[in-house]
Design a protein around this ligand. Structure first.
Ligand code: GLN
Length: 456
């Protein structure tokens, strides 16, 4: 049924870069046979799933939305993909994304845009617009995303889906093509909080192949979500509203739905207080120094030799440097080039302290803001994004406007804490989905599922 839906709508939506129909049907038949034979199968066995193209898959091309990796098939699966297969989920294909996960609209994909199923003239969010659109358009019940500054939560918000960025280190990054290694996290996208929780249980937990993977033993996220369905689950829960993430520049309908949610929370017995995080004001600026710095280092591996395409210079000597330059000129898109230049500049001798060093200090201040806030409240909430889905072209040529759209989601990445976006209705002025963001202290992902399920 999902393959039929893909065939029916994806020519127009373009959520997928690659669909593996035959392999999916073969896996499904195998799962059916094992179920019929009485094998004990996991709770998500036989459930189809879409995989963001940032994740290595040994049976499908993996491009990270970039021309430079066109046609590349990795020799191994990302750990999260291996865990899907072990749990008998059925990979349907790879989803579209901004090139190397740089963007908030999927307009920076080298393979064309993905359309928002709610309004095909609008962006599905980014960088994981393909995963969110696939889930929202019923092409897949579940998807995997990656979130470095909001790429799971913001696409979920603008497509009416649920998306979760786990605690940094809670889900393996092995085989996730690195954007900014101190910020990247892999996580679930789904239509309900409970579905994300089930998927989180499959992909989460320690991985010796990822040096930043936490060794904690985690509670069941599915059990945490079920606890949220009990009567009175919100009673006495201390909810902090982040003052800095709900003011100027936020669309009226987004604020309206957010305020209605506050009223509902209050009626359900939650204690709502306003919390100030004064350094969040600098989060976008700090992020857009730290991210390009780390990205410029990570992308150095795309050297025209080890992965993907090679383009020889049209004339002149065939030195390795000139082959690399010609390949990168063709292989990298404008946003990727912009960030490499920003990052190498911020890291260069003479500027390192002024830019990268200052940004790291701001990061510490933001972590302290969170620590102070969480000493008063159980969770923090805000709108997931300042606006509903914007129109194609509205911000594409204006990097600053695109970057500022991430104001709500970036702080959680800088602090390594978990965040969830879940739908809270449609904005009256445009009829488009609005998302609520919930953030919890590091390692308290289960709390997000309990409270998220209760709100949903
Ligand atoms: N929009 C943010 C950026 O462009 C977030 C990207 C992400 O989370 N991968 O960097």
């Amino acid at each position: 049924a999902h393959l039929d839906q893909i065939a029916a709508v994806d020519t127009d939506l373009h959520a997928f870069l690659h669909v593996s129909a035959d392999a999916a049907l073969a896996t499904a038949a195998d799962v059916d046979a094992r179920r019929a034979a009485g094998d004990a199968l996991g709770p998500l066995a036989g459930v189809p799933i879409a995989i963001k193209d940032v994740l290595a898959t040994q049976d499908m091309p993996t491009t990270s939305g970039s021309k430079i990796l066109e046609g590349w098939i990795p020799p191994y699966d990302a750990t999260v993909v291996a865990r899907l297969r072990n749990a008998d989920l059925i990979p349907l294909g790879k989803t579209n994304m901004d090139e190397f996960a740089m963007g908030s609209s999927t307009e920076h994909s080298a393979y064309g845009v993905t359309r928002n199923p709610w309004d095909r003239d609008r962006i599905p969010g980014g960088s994981g617009g393909g995963s969110a659109a696939a889930v929202s358009a019923f092409e897949a019940p579940l998807a995997l995303g990656s979130d470095t500054g909001g790429s799971i939560r913001q696409p979920a918000a603008v497509t009416g889906s649920v998306g979760v960025k786990p605690t940094y280190g809670g889900v393996s990054r092995y085989g996730a093509i690195a954007l900014a290694s101190s910020l990247d996290q892999v996580g679930p996208v789904s239509r309900t909080v409970y579905d994300s929780a089930l998927l989180h249980d499959v992909i989460g937990g320690h991985d010796p192949l990822d040096s930043t993977s936490l060794t904690d033993s985690w509670p069941s996220m599915a059990a945490a979500a079920r606890a949220g369905l009990a009567d009175g689950a919100l009673k006495g829960v201390k909810v902090g509203v982040v003052k800095e993430l709900n003011g100027e520049g936020f669309q009226a309908g987004v604020k309206q739905r957010f305020n209605e949610t506050l009223a509902l929370l209050s009626a359900a017995g939650a204690e709502i207080t306003e919390v100030s995080a004064p350094n969040f004001e600098y989060a976008v600026a700090a992020y857009y120094l730290i991210l390009p710095a780390e990205a410029s280092s990570n992308l150095a591996r795309f050297d025209s030799v080890r992965f993907g395409i090679r383009v020889d210079p049209a004339d002149g000597p065939m030195t390795s440097e000139r082959v690399m330059a010609a390949t990168r000129d063709v292989g990298f898109g404008p946003e990727v080039k912009r960030r490499i230049i920003l990052g190498t500049y911020a890291l260069s001798a003479g500027y390192y302290d002024a830019y990268y060093g200052s940004a790291q200090k701001v990061r510490t201040l933001i972590q302290r803001d969170f620590a102070a806030a969480f000493s008063q409240v159980d969770v923090l909430i805000s709108p997931s994004a300042p606006t509903t889905a914007f129109k194609f072209g509205e911000k594409r040529e204006d990097p600053m406007a695109m970057y500022l759209n991430d104001v709500t989601t970036i702080p959680a990445n800088l602090a390594g804490i978990p965040g969830m976006s879940l739908p809270i209705g449609l904005a009256p002025e445009d009829g488009l989905p609005v998302g609520l963001q919930i953030m919890a202290p590091a390692r308290e992902d289960a709390r997000l599922y309990t409270i998220g399920a209760a709100i949903e």
